[in-house]
Design a protein around this ligand. Structure first.
Ligand code: F6P
Length: 493
């Protein structure tokens, strides 16, 4: 008798297989998103230009999607650029367009906001998403009132994120690094002229700016993020999505850092193509562990912290790093996805013993939970504290020069973990869809260096060839792979 039918007949309640199927009914199978927190929320950005509103919107959107809360950004600037009625062909590159006394332009700007809100409404109404982020300045009470009325009418919760910043270094860096490259200026004027014009645009907005009023607008739900997260003011948090947003915003920062990721070296089970288990490294795996130690000795990474899973193969991989790193920590949360009754089996064994499980997993790999084990969705949930710590970490030396309290900060981090876990972490940083996540290619004996950029990440892959004892490097993106590999070769004529 195969194990699938044995578990079904020997239990009085639902079988493990039935339980796993029942659970999936609550999810949208195609999109990869869970729907257990579906109260539509509109997050409304507030603040002068160059205060990091778009940065926060994009980053928050990436995080919420990763956490299973389907989210989309509606950037009013993008709608403005598409307005056919724009009174001036190059309106974005003309600071006067944003002046309070330019009535014609004001109509165009209001129309852009209206269209963005129309689309946002369609997005939330048709259950495509749970959170919509309205990325605009929303600097006047009148505009905010319009948004509030709209949300009330539609039954959406409204939450404001106001970014206040008077640090000229942060503003200057944002204008120089991001704004002069905006589509408003590209090919229209030089970087110098663009910077000049953008500063005038900020002045025009500043004349009309009414920050969220802690007395007169105290009935609203909002967070004020002051000087890129140096301090916060939080008012009337309402519901799960809003509290998650606040938790997230209080952990992110704008400072530069590098994060390294690697799977453990090759293990005995890898060699036998068996899943999971807790086998030690093979000789090739040992060679990779030694090469890794040498790599970090030569790299001289400052304040290196190694975060390692508690599985033997990962602990052995990180062993030599104790002499190089400032600190090595062992996180249970970084252990490999638990394959439950399939632990220690090959994919072929699983296909033979549990054909239905194989079929279910193939159909929806992200939500599929191994009987007595985990799903990718479960792993994402248990990784949340790891992600928050990764977001918080920053160079210790940098924190000292910026007078940031060092007890809040970590050093540079190397994560030594496993294929499924690293897929989950890397999907967050590189903004990959949840249905792609279980297929991200994270090969053995490859060290991935990740440098977060304003709106994306830069990746370098260092691959170690154990037979030749050399590393090779390539820059690029994460590939997708067929995983598991098909066990029988296809019969091509
Ligand atoms: O094969 C190595 C491994 O890390 C297993 O321990 C784990 O179960 C598997 O990869 C996860 O990959 P997939 O989700 O593609 O089966």
């Amino acid at each position: 008798m195969d194990m699938d039918s044995r578990t079904t007949s020997s239990q009085s309640g639902p079988s493990m297989e039935e339980a796993s199927t029942k659970r999936k009914v609550t999810h949208t199978l195609t999109s990869g998103y869970s729907d257990h927190v579906r109260v539509p929320n509109v997050i409304v950005m507030v603040g002068l230009p160059a205060r990091g509103k778009t940065y926060i919107s994009k980053k928050l959107c990436r995080y919420l999607n990763w956490a299973g809360i389907k989210t989309r950004v509606f950037n009013v600037g993008e709608y403005r650029r598409k307005e056919e009625t724009a009174c001036d062909a190059i309106h974005g590159a003309n600071a006067y367009f944003f002046s309070a006394d330019n009535e014609e332009a004001l109509r165009v700007r209001e129309e852009s906001a209206r269209r963005a809100m129309e689309d946002l409404c369609e997005y939330l109404d048709t259950s495509k998403g749970t959170v919509a982020i309205l990325d605009a300045t929303n600097t006047t009470k009148k505009r905010r009132k319009m948004v509030i009325n709209f949300c009330q009418e539609k039954g959406f919760r409204c939450f404001f994120i106001e970014s206040l910043c008077d640090d000229p270094n942060i503003i200057n860096a944002n204008v120089t690094d991001v704004k002069v490259n905006s589509p408003d200026y590209k090919g229209v004027m030089s970087a110098e002229q663009a910077k000049d014009d953008f500063m005038k645009r900020i002045e025009n907005y500043a004349k009309q700016y009414e920050p969220l009023d802690m007395d007169k607008e105290c009935h609203l739900s909002f967070i004020k993020v002051i000087n890129a997260g140096r301090s916060f003011y939080v008012n009337r948090v309402n519901g799960h999505a809003q509290s998650r947003v606040i938790y997230y915003l209080m952990n992110i920062h704008l400072l530069p850092r590098v994060i390294y990721f690697t799977r453990h070296g090759e293990s005995g089970y890898n060699r036998m193509a068996r899943m999971g288990g807790d086998s030690p490294l093979t000789s090739d795996g040992d060679a990779y562990a030694e090469a890794l130690e040498l790599f970090f000795k030569e790299e001289r990474v400052q304040d290196l912290r190694v975060w390692c899973s508690q599985k033997i193969r990962a602990v052995q991989t990180a062993k030599g790093l104790k002499g190089v790193a400032a600190h090595v920590e062992y996180w249970k949360a970084l252990d490999e996805l638990d394959a439950g009754i399939c632990e220690g089996l090959t994919y072929e064994d699983i296909e033979n013993r549990y054909p239905k499980q194989t079929e279910d997993r193939r159909r929806d790999k992200y939500h599929y939970r191994f009987p007595a084990g985990e799903s990718y969705e479960d792993v994402v949930a248990r990784l949340e504290p790891v992600m928050m710590e990764l977001e918080r970490q920053v160079y210790l030396s940098l924190s000292l020069s910026l007078h940031i309290s060092s007890n809040l900060l970590q050093g540079n981090v190397l994560v030594v973990s496993h294929q499924a876990v690293l897929r989950c972490i890397l999907a967050y940083f590189t903004d990959r869809a949840l249905d792609e996540l279980p297929y991200i290619d994270v090969p053995l004996h490859t060290l991935i260096k990740l440098v977060p950029r304003a709106y994306s990440c830069h990746l370098i892959f260092y691959t170690y060839d154990a037979t030749r004892g050399i590393w090779s490097a390539r820059e690029g993106t994460l590939n997708l792979c067929q995983s598991p590999q098909p066990s029988t070769p296809t019969n091509t004529p």
